[in-house]
Design a protein. Structure first.
Lengths: 513, 289
């Protein structure tokens, strides 16, 4: 083979180059076409449209007090829940804030509902007892927690307080409890996994007209209670990563009252209330808090009346300076609006009244006394003569037929017909001659008791009004009892349902100083 | 009788002829081969959070790798919890540009979380250790302050001082999350064995789990990553160089001002000391809040 010189030269030149290339390179590098995210193609869902709510006018119903807890390190301010407060006020509710002043049991006496939003600090045993009693008496309790506000922090870090723990202690008697979790939905959410959309609601009035709600970070509740809303299928609880009938809001009935637990405060704050039907729910919640027709019981004394009250003296009771002074003291103690208390022999059947009477049955007092199941002329047993023996007295009580020692709850029934009181005249009607003041009367829960030094206070709820009856043996004793009630409330009294039997302290009506 | 054939001039290989036509071109060819770039794999270390300073260093190294004829592939040695969204995105785009001409392989040492994993997704192949921490896909941010007006400060619009409505913030965060998801899906393609909603849970996985879920390609060391990079770049007998020096950087960023939170005992943690959006894994963030 002949190789020409130029070819040989060319090959000689190329050879080291080729060898070098072969030494270092094995082929064509694999490179990929660059692809970067296309942000312009990302289509984000916008928040659900808010349902426009026109705040209703203030109704002409009785005023209801809504007590709002701000005493327990609540991780929310009143301004944050302003949408709820505005709805409460527009529905005729009065916002009463429980902060540092007064004890809870006293404050709850004037309240129809108690709202504790995101409490962090523990309630005392007395407070929890007061809340339990409040709900038993027909009060409405709403406890709200929020997973985004579940732990208190300080400069030195977590100080270990959990909102769920605090709320669960309050809710424990009512068999409701929050889970220490948060709800989320990775697929169908409102802009963020923790903003869950709910479309399954109960028929409870709290959820009326609510079709879509958004919870912006919410706790779920444990199994008991009635679910007001159930989360959608893809919504998961953070604690167990499960999705089975989770509910962030529940209600339960307890005696005469109701308790609602809500696992998200955000939905009632200004920032989130306008999402979906959140504000419809907030309006319903405000209605729930304000429409409570809680019947006052004697336990609420002296905060029994909110509006106009008529003092109705009966029998031999005469209005004089002493009585007016005593009534004035009572007015102050009852914390009623100045000028709302009047003395009149005519009591409109729509206006609350305080009836002052001796133990003498009259036409005016008869129905009330019967309603209270007080027997002014109890039948004495045959062996009643031996009064000195306490033993025999107690036995006698057990044998009485008129008034059993253990009486069923004398829950007042509206048996008093308004017409009976409408004709009342002052000081008393001629044909309404009261009976003689008895030495002994029979009182439900006590049996037969001597009337000497005895005062009886009873509360009767009629359809549209409350009647407080204050009874004693003489007008002077009635005044003393009023003064005593003004200063000491029912401290010296034995309360049995809506009837209190009191010992009238000697000299309690004497002016101070 | 002998027939004598005449010898052609051209086939006469005397020494001068050989020297002229063979040795001289050979020397020239040898000299010419010296101009052929020796393949080098550039090592880029990210042993830090991704913030303005570290991102600047990274981009300088990536640019140097892209512009160098010698650098035929890049191995990104990753140990980062992520960082700011913007800085992460800047580096990500630079890696994507580099990847158009040179393969990029990531080897995860300790952690490649959030923004760190975002960068990893821009590479052609991902190695990790079985114990490495991988994933944490998502974005975190601090909600802007509630708009207000101040007595002594005037602004020309309601969000001049506060940036945006609070609701817009959550939408922006969601958009960034979707972008992150796209980046992962573009980078991993059909190697990914996770549903979107699982991926976006923000979980951090061990290297073993990450391999099973397709977040990484293999378990391996830095030398494995170099081999893979060489394979992808179709090179052999390569050298390895630290891109930090090649990029002309002198001093490593030692004090990332304004990014880390210094606790009471003086220890820095990967907590952003300023508000904003972050692709960052912050263990125990709640304790610090």
């Amino acid at each position: 083979m002949k190789i020409s010189k130029p070819v040989a030269a060319l090959l000689s030149f190329i050879l080291p180059i080729v060898l070098t290339i072969v030494w270092f390179y094995s082929g064509i590098p694999k490179v990929n076409k660059s692809t970067v995210p296309d942000f312009s193609s990302i289509d984000l869902a916008q928040p659900p449209l808010s349902t426009l709510v026109v705040l209703p006018e203030s109704p002409k119903t009785s005023i209801t007090n809504v007590l709002i807890d701000m005493k327990h390190g609540n991780m929310v301010s009143l301004s944050e829940i302003d949408p709820l407060l505005r709805n409460i006020e527009s529905l005729g509710g009065v916002i009463d804030v429980y902060k540092e002043d007064g004890d809870l049991s006293t404050r709850l006496k004037t309240a129809s509902a108690f709202l504790s939003p995101v409490p962090m600090n523990s309630f005392t045993a007395e407070e929890m007892k007061a809340i339990l009693s409040f709900v038993e008496r027909g009060g409405r309790l709403v406890v709200v927690t929020d997973p985004t506000r579940n732990t208190l922090f300080s400069d030195s870090g977590n100080i270990g307080l959990s909102g769920v723990d605090t709320a669960n202690l309050v809710l424990e008697p009512f068999d409701l409890s929050f889970k220490d979790d948060y709800l989320y939905d990775m697929v169908e959410n409102e802009g963020n996994f923790r903003n869950i959309i709910m479309t399954n609601f109960s028929t409870n009035s709290l959820m009326k007209d609510v079709k879509v709600m958004v919870i912006y970070g919410g706790h779920s509740l444990n199994a008991s209670g009635i679910s007001l809303a159930t989360v959608n299928k893809g919504t998961i609880s953070s604690t167990d990563e499960q999705s089975t009938n989770l509910s962030p809001m529940k209600i339960t009935d307890f005696h005469k009252g109701q308790v609602v637990a809500i696992g998200d405060i955000s939905l009632m704050t200004g920032q989130y209330v306008q999402s979906a039907d959140n504000q419809v729910f907030v309006r319903n919640l405000a209605r729930f808090l304000t429409e409570s027709n809680r019947e006052k019981t004697l336990a609420e004394f002296p905060y029994l009346f909110k509006q106009d009250v008529v003092i109705q003296p009966t029998g031999k009771l005469k209005v004089d300076g002493e009585l007016i002074s005593a009534i004035s003291n009572l007015e102050n103690a009852m914390d009623v609006k100045v000028g709302s208390l009047t003395i009149s022999q005519v009591a409109d059947d729509k206006i609350d009244r305080i009836m002052l009477t001796t133990f003498e049955s009259s036409k005016v007092t008869k129905a009330i006394i019967e309603t209270l199941k007080i027997d002014l002329s109890p039948e004495l047993p045959l062996n009643e003569e031996n009064e000195e023996s306490e033993e025999s007295t107690s036995e006698a009580h057990e044998t009485k037929t008129a008034t059993p020692t253990v009486t069923p709850s004398p829950t007042p029934t509206p048996t008093v017909k308004p017409d009976e009181t409408r004709e009342t005249e002052f000081p008393f009607i001629e044909d309404d001659i009261p009976s003689e003041n008895p030495d002994e009367i029979s009182v439900p829960g006590l049996g037969i008791v001597k009337t000497d030094g005895l005062g009886v206070v009873g509360l009767v709820q009629e359809n549209d009004r409350s009647t407080l009856v204050i009874m004693a043996t003489t007008p002077e004793k009635i005044q003393e009892l009023i003064n005593q009630l003004s200063t000491e409330n029912l401290k010296n009294c034995l309360i049995h349902d809506n009837l209190a039997t009191c010992r009238i302290s000697a000299g309690s009506s004497e002016p101070e100083g | 009788m002998t027939d004598e054939h005449p010898v052609s001039k051209s086939t006469t290989w005397s020494f001068p002829t050989i020297a002229l036509w063979i040795i001289f071109p050979l020397v020239l060819g040898f000299i010419g081969s010296l101009f052929i770039p020796r393949p080098t794999i550039g090592l880029i270390y990210l042993n830090d959070a991704i913030f303005s300073s570290s991102a600047k260093d990274l981009i300088q190294q990536i640019s140097a790798a892209r512009n160098s004829n010698e650098i035929r592939a890049v191995v990104l040695v990753m140990n980062s919890p992520g960082g700011t969204v913007t800085d992460t995105e800047s580096v990500y785009r630079e890696i994507e540009n580099l990847r158009q001409s040179k393969p990029v392989v990531t080897v995860i040492e300790g952690i490649s979380a959030s923004g760190g994993y975002y960068l990893s997704c821009a590479s052609d192949y991902i190695f990790a250790k079985a114990s490495s921490e991988v994933g944490n896909i998502g974005v975190i941010g601090t909600q802007p302050e509630k708009p207000a007006v101040l007595e002594n400060i005037y602004s020309t619009g309601p969000y001049k001082m506060w940036g945006m409505p609070r609701d817009s913030f959550s939408r922006e965060l969601e958009m960034l999350k979707q972008g992150f998801l796209q980046a992962v899906k573009l980078g991993r393609g059909n190697r990914l064995k996770m549903a979107d909603e699982v991926l976006l849970r923000g979980e951090i996985y061990s290297g073993g789990d990450a391999l099973r879920l397709g977040l990484i390609d293999d378990l391996g060391s830095q030398s494995d990553a170099l081999k893979k990079a060489a394979e992808l770049a179709a090179i052999r007998n390569y050298s390895v160089k630290d891109m930090f020096e090649i990029a002309g950087l002198k001093v490593k960023t030692v004090e990332p001002m304004g990014f880390f939170l210094k606790d009471k005992s003086g220890v820095d943690s990967a907590y952003p000391a300023r508000a904003g959006n972050f692709m960052l894994y912050i263990p125990g963030l709640g304790d610090i809040q």
